[in-house]
Design a binder for this molecule. Structure first.
Ligand SMILES: [Zn+2]
Length: 68
């Protein structure tokens, strides 16, 4: 009979990298991919796409065909 395994709260593995924006050393919870920009927390927030208001409607120029 095994005594319940203890599940320690393991800290997430962090990877040290350099922010592509401010050049600061930072740690990210994922493995940085080569060739892809990595941002620190601050810059990441800045780079997050802003919430779109409204939305909907696949607008765009639509050529209207007129039959006559
Ligand atoms: Zn940064």
């Amino acid at each position: 009979m095994s005594y319940g395994e203890r599940n320690y709260d393991q800290p997430r593995e962090m990877y040290k990298t350099t922010c592509s924006e401010c050049g600061k050393e930072c740690e990210v919870p994922f493995k940085p991919t080569e060739g892809r920009p990595v941002y620190c927390k601050d810059c990441y927030a800045k780079h997050r796409p802003p919430r779109r208001q409204g939305g909907g409607g696949g607008g765009g120029h639509r050529h209207r065909r007129e039959d006559y």
